[in-house]
Design a protein around this ligand. Structure first.
Ligand code: DGT
Ligand code: CA
Ligand code: CA
Length: 577
């Protein structure tokens, strides 16, 4: 399906036209079409074949021709022409958080800044300062933005890595030579960000598996193509490493290549104490003249001979490591939360604010997932950028929810709101309105540059509001775009505990906020959590898996997470004493 490719191409085209200074209507037409193509549930090629491209809102005659050209040739002449005038690398400059299209245009027009390296040079040598409206604070932010983007380019988020790995796994799994297959490395451990994807296969015909792997359609270039290990770059610039081992060693290899590095070091130290040795081929008894393999087929057997429980991959990290390898206490591992424990969620959007789907569509999608409730928590009034709901519209929204609820059995839509916490820590609706909601979520979307003291106070004050049940995406991080804002996390956890406010684990791939170490820390302080997707589209409900993974990495059980309860239990646990 080429929908995503075409949508991305139109977005890039629109952005470059903006830099060129084209007429706003032309620019907007590209953005609108891109947006609508992205949310089609059907293959755009079918629209074309059935001559229905004109049915897609915002797709006029000219764009229809362009879509046709791309579907037929995989190219767009207009785009190629445009990028001769304005290099594609200007898009990288725009992706820097504090830059955006306006400044990128200024930089390009005045100083011909065509890529990030050049921008960095001019920021450092003071040339940028010569431009109108550019202050030293702007330069500071530009350099900070460059650092974040570069880090983001080195590591992808868990969602992007999972999607890429699953596509590849699907294609290898079907080979008859592949006996077992699994991801390994940081992806198997569920880290928030992933450097490269590691895949492990058990097969007696390594060469065949390697040959298929390096010729997969998503492979752009081959870094290595060996007997048991290959490494490729995909067309999305993701490195994927594949190792093939014998079926008899699969468990030991999986253990070894899952890591983390520090976890493996601990395993080796533990083994040495019992006169054993750990390698990618197995666990060996070293007390005998000739080493003897004690376990290698499954991870479980390997752990067992080392005297350990079957430690889930998510726990093989520095956090909690002391507990895992504690010599004195016999450690019982927690029964980690699983995706099937989730009964519903409380942070999704609808067309009442910036969501793509109606309340009914969102509810149906949630029901299909087996949920028994869903809180539609649109943005509050002041967040104009996200079409926040006016007090007058709240009455209509509530009516719509009430009448939909009459049509359901065993499912309930809750009336929620993601309410702006203003720069002083006050909420965007008054107490009377807040008391009407089933669920009130406090959230920060602006004013990130405040001092740590101000931000901490703001969050604490929101926790103290008697209507607030949860704080959304508590640290404000955007992976690869924005660092967490600076605040006292411990103080906010304490305020959350004292006021019976939950902290969110936001599963949206660019957020993943709280992250696993925040979760682990907050849990020790007694914080309760809600795992949400922050969906703006029905497809986003699938992101729940990432939030659950983070929760597991933070050692959470079902009990720590409020949306593992039924709707009665959920609302009861939000009650303020
Ligand atoms: P990443 O890719 O940076 O997100 O992190 P990992 O943990 O996937 O690291 P990676 O891809 O370098 O290696 C995969 C696993 O292989 C790692 O978790 C532990 C294991 N491993 C085995 N031998 C080595 C070694 O010599 N160095 C490193 N770094 N890892 C090794
Ligand atoms: Ca890796
Ligand atoms: Ca690797």
């Amino acid at each position: 399906m080429k929908n995503k490719d075409i949508s991305n191409l139109f977005t890039r085209m629109g952005t470059l036209l903006q830099i060129k200074g084209e007429n706003v209507f032309k620019v907007r037409a590209y953005f609108k079409a891109a947006d609508n193509i992205n949310s089609l549930s059907e293959d755009i090629a079918i629209f074309r074949d059935e001559k229905r491209l004109g049915d897609i809102p915002g797709v006029g005659k000219t764009l229809q021709e362009k879509i046709g050209e791309y579907l037929d040739t995989g190219k767009l002449t207009a785009y190629d022409k445009l990028t001769k005038e304005i290099p594609e690398t200007v898009l990288d400059v725009i992706s820097i958080p504090s830059v955006g299209p306006k400044k990128a245009k200024l930089f390009f027009d005045e100083l011909k800044v065509k890529d990030i390296d050049m921008l960095e040079k001019l920021a450092k040598n003071g040339k940028l300062l010569s431009l109108e409206g550019i202050k030293s604070k702007t330069i500071e932010n530009v350099l900070k933005g460059i650092r974040i983007v570069r880090e983001g380019n080195n590591r992808m988020n868990l969602g992007a890595a999972t999607m890429c790995a699953e596509e590849i796994l699907e294609q290898l799994k079907v080979l008859k030579e592949v006996k077992q297959i699994s991801v390994a490395g940081s992806l198997r451990r569920g880290r928030e960000t992933i450097g490269d994807i590691d895949i492990l296969v058990a097969s007696s015909d390594a060469q065949k598996v390697m040959d298929v792997f390096v010729s997969l359609p998503e492979v752009r270039s081959i870094n290595a193509h060996g007997e048991t290990k290959s490494s490729v770059m995909t067309n999305k610039n993701i490195q994927v490493d594949l190792r093939v081992v014998d079926s008899n060693n699969f468990g030991a290899a999986l253990l070894y290549f899952t890591g983390s590095k520090n976890f493996n070091i601990k395993l080796r130290q533990l083994a040495i104490k019992s006169k054993m040795k750990v390698s990618e081929y197995g666990i060996f008894d070293t007390s005998l003249k000739k080493e003897k393999c004690l376990a290698s087929k499954t991870e479980k057997e390997c752990f067992k001979v080392l005297g350990l429980a079957n430690i889930p991959p998510e726990l093989r990290e520095d956090i909690g490591m002391e507990t895992l390898f504690d010599e004195k206490k016999k450690v019982k591992l927690p029964a980690l939360i699983e995706q099937k424990d989730i009964q519903g969620e409380i942070h999704v959007h609808s067309t009442w604010s910036d969501g793509r789907h109606s309340i009914k569509e969102m509810a149906e999608a949630a029901r299909k997932r087996g949920y028994s409730y869903l809180a539609i928590s649109d943005h509050s009034y002041k967040l104009r950028i996200a079409r926040g709901v006016s007090p007058a519209d709240l009455i209509k929204k509530k009516k719509e929810i009430d009448s939909l609820n009459k049509t359901f059995k065993n499912f309930r839509i809750l009336f929620g709101s993601e309410v702006e916490i203003d720069s002083e820590g006050n909420l965007d609706y008054n107490d009377k309105i807040l008391s009407e909601f089933d669920i009130v979520i406090g959230a920060i979307h602006t004013g990130f540059e405040q001092s740590s003291k101000q931000l901490t106070q703001r969050l604490i004050k929101a926790c103290q509001n008697k209507h607030v049940n949860m704080i959304a995406h508590p640290t404000g991080v955007h992976l690869g775009k924005r660092d967490p804002y600076d605040f006292d996390f411990k103080a906010v956890c304490q305020a959350a505990v004292d006021n019976n406010v939950c902290l969110e684990i936001n599963s949206f791939p660019i957020r993943l906020d709280l992250n696993s170490s925040n979760i682990y820390f907050a849990r020790e302080m007694g914080v309760k959590f809600v795992i949400n997707t922050d969906s703006h589209h029905i497809n986003h409900l699938n992101h729940m898996r990432y939030g659950v993974t983070l929760a597991r990495r933070g050692w959470l059980t079902k009990k720590d997470v409020v949306n593992t309860k039924d709707v009665g239990g959920l609302l009861k646990s939000f009650k303020k004493s």
